[in-house]
Design a binder for this molecule. Structure first.
Ligand SMILES: C[S@@+](CC[C@H](N)C(=O)[O-])C[C@H]1O[C@@H](n2cnc3c(N)ncnc32)[C@H](O)[C@@H]1O
Length: 203
């Protein structure tokens, strides 16, 4: 909760003009208590590790075209698909041409996604394509068309739990390494799975 504190208490509201944050080239969305070292951490939570207290679905108090890279680890699944086009649009505005937006989200069918009641969006193998320009699916959402999907991969972690879950989760992991999109033909009750993708701003 942000409480009484505002962005201005933590920074001057402009990450790229604030003396303490000036020159940093990575913006992190939702870094929480475990931010990427050296990044400007923008998060809705009022905790000491946060540099800019802001909701990613609202206005971003940063200068346009002021960062080379944006990181978002395990935060976009907390944003609904109604709000995500706006997040991608603001990410594009905030990046310099050629800048990269790197995202990690839990895979929709995996345990890690299903367990958490605060998740607002599900992410499947094809979901990032809707937010990338140039993809045949992108016109269906009001997405930013300046992004190109550069890299995408699935990472599954074997369960540390019950013995009977180990063989199927090992097989699923092998399958995901060989053909990530095929993994969606099976549900993933036994494993924790993440998807990582990087979008590049054109220009
Ligand atoms: C699961 S934690 C991930 C923290 C860190 N990135 C990591 O990987 O360990 C989700 C973070 O996203 C933040 N968050 C959730 N919704 C947000 C929103 N709408 N705007 C900004 N931050 C948000 C939370 O406060 C929290 O710090």
């Amino acid at each position: 909760m942000t409480g009484e504190r505002t962005v201005a208490d933590r920074t001057d509201g402009r990450a790229t003009t604030d003396r303490r944050l000036a020159g940093r080239r990575i913006l992190e969305l939702g870094g929480g208590r475990d931010p990427v070292p050296g990044a400007v951490n923008m998060d809705i939570a009022d905790v000491p590790e946060v540099d800019i207290i802001a909701d990613v679905t609202g206005e971003w108090p940063v200068e346009p075209a002021s960062f080379d890279r944006i990181e978002a680890h395990h935060v976009l699944e907390h944003v609904s698909h109604d709000d995500l086009p706006g997040v991608f649009r603001r990410a594009s505005e905030t990046l310099r041409p050629g800048g990269r937006f790197h995202v990690e989200v839990p895979l929709a069918h995996s345990r890690s996604a299903k367990n958490d009641p605060t998740h607002r969006s599900e992410w499947y193998w094809r979901t990032p394509s809707y937010y990338a320009g140039g993809d045949e699916l992108a016109y269906e959402v009001d997405a930013d068309l300046e992004f190109a999907l550069e890299r995408r991969e699935i990472r599954l972690f074997l369960t540390s739990g019950e013995w009977f879950a180990r063989p199927p989760s090992w097989l699923l992991k092998q399958l995901s390494l060989r053909n990530p999109s095929l993994i969606e033909l099976v549900k993933l009750p036994y494993v924790t799975g993440f998807m990582e993708f990087t979008m590049r701003k054109r220009g």
